[in-house]
Design a binder for this molecule. Sequence first.
Ligand SMILES: NC(=O)c1ccc[n+]([C@@H]2O[C@H](COP(=O)([O-])OP(=O)(O)OC[C@H]3O[C@@H](n4cnc5c(N)ncnc54)[C@H](OP(=O)(O)O)[C@@H]3O)[C@@H](O)[C@H]2O)c1
Length: 276
Amino acid sequence: MMSVLVTGANKGIGLAVVEAILREQAQYRVILGSRDSQRGESAWESLLALDQGWSDRLEVLELDVASDQSVTEAKAIIAAGSGDNSPALYGLVNNAGRGTGSTAEVLNVNVYGIRRMCEAFAPVMEPGGRIVNVTSASGPNFVARCDAQGQDFFRDADMTWDRLEQFMRECGDSDSPYGLSKACANSYTMYLAKCYPQLVVNACTPGFIDTDLGSDFLGGRTPAEAGMKTPADGARVIMSLLFDQPKGSGHYYGSDALRSPLDHYRAPGSPEYTDA
Ligand SMILES: NC(=O)c1ccc[n+]([C@@H]2O[C@H](COP(=O)([O-])OP(=O)(O)OC[C@H]3O[C@@H](n4cnc5c(N)ncnc54)[C@H](OP(=O)(O)O)[C@@H]3O)[C@@H](O)[C@H]2O)c1
């Protein structure tokens, strides 16, 4: 049996991904990451209330992706449990995110958090394993508003972590920290895929989803007026990137599980992006 680790999974889209794996992928175990152990336990209880039989395929892991120490400790806990009969790590869903805060705070979770997790776990993942970085259409929308030089930077297939980190160190405070962070996370995904050719590494937007974070972007509308979908809907593209036949690596996908460009928005249902 193999396992999938989902960060920020105590609520919202992350919790919906955990439930979907338990419901639909009986041969996989799930590690539910939560930065607060109480909130993680509550999520565990809410899932077992749906199906008590899931208890032997579900574990909660305290994990704050903004903290080097927390990620190191989480890795040690997983490594301590990994004997010959323990599940190998097949999937890593970098879902934890924050929508508001200073540029430094948002980058620390939405970009450095993904980087911390990948540095720790990608080297120990099963060949053919999947990394899914949950980014956002706010990334391409941010890039679309950049000047030509900025757009070239974000879509540069030769992006490296060093270049991206230098950019983040020097960019100062953004008037759109969230969009900036998701643009950076999409570019990082291109680089990450090259670092781990034995894995399938992609990013995606879940769509506009009715969650606490999503409500930060309602701008006075109700969820219905804004056309928000449910966390279960948001989980679909993540499930596809985890378990369907890989279509490529280093790409960014829309909520309809079709590839999208890094530099402008592609609405779900419109033709798939191709760079050919
Ligand atoms: N909802 C949307 O419309 C939408 C659209 C595009 C992309 N996304 C992306 O989808 C992902 C999930 O968001 P959501 O909509 O499901 O929001 P949510 O319900 O507010 O969930 C966010 C999750 O991230 C966790 N988190 C925040 N900082 C963390 C940290 N430092 N370490 C570990 N976990 C942390 C939260 O934990 P706590 O409960 O402890 O705060 C929570 O579990 C995010 O990456 C978000 O950017 C969402």
